[in-house]
Ligand binder design. Sequence first.
Ligand code: ATP
Ligand code: MG
Length: 203
Amino acid sequence: MTNTHVDRQVRHKKAMQRKKAHIDERIAAATIDKGLIVVLTGNGKGKSSSAFGMLARSVGHGLRCGVVQFIKGQWECGEHLLFKDHPLVEFHVMNTGFTWETQDRDKDIAAARATWAHAKDLLKNPDVQVVVLDELTYMLTYGYLDAEEVLSALRNRPLHQHVIITGRNANAALIEMADTVSEVVDTKHAFNNGIKVQKGIDY
Ligand code: ATP
Ligand code: MG
């Protein structure tokens, strides 16, 4: 080994020791254990798939989960096919499509409220450890659900229940209440180059 190589090894080891000490300190400082609100928002792709990734993790650990999907897409999603009959997952999907497809505000509101009733039950149930509220943000931006009612149900949920919320333009009060918020940036999307939706990637 050359001297430069040895030098580099020594410097690397020192830097990694410092890094490890810093990380260990931060891990030791994180002592609070509670249910989280995770918000996945922004215009880029990856919000719902991230939420269902956490659902898969949770189910993998044997946690009891609930899913409420506030917008029913045109295609049958893989996550629904995988989890709808899973013994640990209670899965509800709103029975209408996108609001620009129904073009009927009263019908959308009725569907949103009926779907919200399932979410409200899950948010009251201490046996449900993880709740995914997919595309919930649109129900608030369109005014289909009362924001105060939604925020209050989230605030009063069981202490150790995690809630994952997805959708663009998350409401400011929701962001304020959340523990973890990620905004997915739309750097590039295949669809904008004329590429069709792809099974497994898009639905
Ligand atoms: P995904 O479910 O793939 O994680 P998402 O939840 O972030 O996506 P939504 O706005 O819910 O995004 O849209 C769902 C569908 O629209 C997916 O098929 C996704 O690939 C597509 N999509 C998401 N973002 C964009 C975008 N910026 N441009 C075009 N299509 C998009
Ligand atoms: Mg989505």
